[in-house]
Write a protein that binds this ligand. Sequence first.
Ligand code: AFP
Length: 344
Amino acid sequence: MDHAAEAQRTDLMTITRHALNEQGRHPESRGDFTILLSHIVLGCKFVASAVNKAGLAKLIGLAGETNVQGGQGEEQKKLDVLSNEVFVKALVSSGRTCVLVSEENEAAIFVDAPLRGKYCVCFDPLDGSSNIDCGVSIGTIFGIYMIKDKDNATLEDVLQPGTHMIAAGYCMYGSSCTLVLSTGNGVNGFTLDPSLGEFILTHPNIKIPNKGKIYSVNEGNARNWDAPTAKYVERCKFPQDGSSPKSLRYIGSMVADVHRTLLYGGIFLYPADKKSPNGKLRVLYEVFPMSFLMEQAGGQSFTGKHRALEIVPSEIHQRSPIFLGSYDDVEEIKSLYAAESSTA
Ligand code: AFP
């Protein structure tokens, strides 16, 4: 590498440098968020490394436990357990968190007083775990809130609408490891450079195309869909305006499906159906963070009734139907639901 290329390589926008720049926009800031983020980044690096080694280390396989969603037949895998431990430890040891909600823990975790800070983090440490055994992309999803009073933390601090979130993101463990983050000022994507061990800004200011050519849904559930969802998917395949049909892409790992939607445009749907009237995906650590990112990137997110970020959750593991993606594509499904409710 010549000197010019070497010099350019040292001028990289790492995620820490980015966070410090953002911090500079808030003169009152004391760097607490930057410290919290650096602990999240550490957790992501640790999980990325564990995912990469999983096949070799025989970490894959059932741990013999059932997670809190177990009543619905979901099994917890060893990597999930490990990832959860990693994130809980990383978040608690940051000294900046107060209440934690994890997909893997039935109850919220209240951090002990000496280590308490002003943030609440809701997270799914390893989403898409049914994809682990076949090496398909999986990810960590997180949403961050500010505590009202850290000496009197309650569940209400996390049972807030998504509009109160101050930051959200996901890390995708795939062919590359990519961390996508929004602190409410647009969306940026950082890719892990394994030679440096640093997340480098590779996708600045991500904007989702206004309209996309892809729809993403588990069509195996089609016979249980309601009329607006069924009609929308029919229109994707047989457009009425003379346009080309949309392509179907569905990985079954929300982080990977949403990442593609964010970059290429289109729509991701996990609707309600007759079997699951509340859909499948969890409000606090799937629906809210992804909706926050979509809106920050210029897209939309809708529940079938209203803007997804306006849900007021009453339980930490609550589920909701979700339609998110390109602005115009979500607009179309919104109009189908509006037409249905006006004839009801
Ligand atoms: P798993 O963690 O059980 O693999 O579930 C993944 C997930 O929560 C989300 O990441 C996917 O978008 C969705 O479920 C896939 O659900 P279906 O398998 O019902 O399509």
